[in-house]
Design a protein around this ligand. Sequence first.
Ligand SMILES: *[C@@H]1O[C@H](CO)[C@@H](O)[C@H](O)[C@H]1NC(C)=O
Ligand SMILES: *[C@@H]1O[C@H](CO)[C@@H](O)[C@H](O)[C@H]1NC(C)=O
Ligand SMILES: *[C@@H]1O[C@H](CO)[C@@H](O)[C@H](O)[C@H]1NC(C)=O
Length: 283
Amino acid sequence: MKNSDLKLNANTLIYNITLIIFMLMTIYKYQYGCICLQRFNVILCTLCVIISYVLSKVAHLDEIRHENTLNINSMQGLDYGSAMAYSYYYGYLRIILPSTGSLNKGLVEKLENIEDNHNIKISVHKLFILIPSSSYIPPDLKEASYQWMEGAMNSEEEERNRAGIKRRTYHNTVYKIYPNGQKLKTIPLYIMVEGATPLLTFHEVQKHAHNETDIYKKYGKEIILKFYEKLKELISNDTECADLCELIYYNDYDNGTKVNVAKVILSRLSQIQKMNSENFNNN
Ligand SMILES: *[C@@H]1O[C@H](CO)[C@@H](O)[C@H](O)[C@H]1NC(C)=O
Ligand SMILES: *[C@@H]1O[C@H](CO)[C@@H](O)[C@H](O)[C@H]1NC(C)=O
Ligand SMILES: *[C@@H]1O[C@H](CO)[C@@H](O)[C@H](O)[C@H]1NC(C)=O
């Protein structure tokens, strides 16, 4: 059913109900015509108006909800979120994650090289990708973590010739995380993590007054959720990438305060470690 049909139906329903109540009132008045009923009429009439108003509000809310799901899911992949997921997957993740035989090192080899060169242990051999529902990711994750995190080192650069750009380079960043933010007493954890860059681009688009800005703002949350869902599907379908990255979709503004991204990552780490030890015990 189309939106306009829905609205028409709701309006017809309200009109009919009002009409029936007025008819009943009129019949009642003619049969038992006494003066005390006139005051009763006023009360009934007011009540009628209130009921109609509430009904129309409810119908309208319903319509908005309907519109939301209708727009994004009926686009058969033409929506912004799905499109961002496909270009991020083919334009970036498929390039940096899997190893292509002897030609390019995969993510695991790059992580192992960092461990050897710096004599550290990286907690999980995966690339953690942050997908905050507000779409904003700061240039340095230190800012989003109340200083619990700091950039430690970059992975070696990987070169690819791509769309005419000769030896384009790609690299990722390993961060230190200090559990509880205590830099003096605790040993930091090491983890390779970054934000999903298309989200930042989407955030930038929304900051400017283009024709589409209002609609992007209105559907921002849905677009990002769609991006996450599509990306998750693409990665879990791909045996070469499924074990190499970990998507973290989270609400980065809880009750108006900025969530500490280090805590979000640490809680995912403990989930992974718990799952690994359960698998280990079962084997
Ligand atoms: C923006 O919208 C207006 C009114 O709908 C239209 O006239 C104009 O061409 C649009 N501009 C762009 C850049 O699409
Ligand atoms: C992922 O795999 C499922 C099951 O094989 C398939 O239905 C779905 O279309 C695939 N998704 C993508 C995005 O390729
Ligand atoms: C957010 O606010 C709600 C209600 O005011 C409260 O129940 C909830 O605990 C708050 N969440 C956080 C993380 O403070």
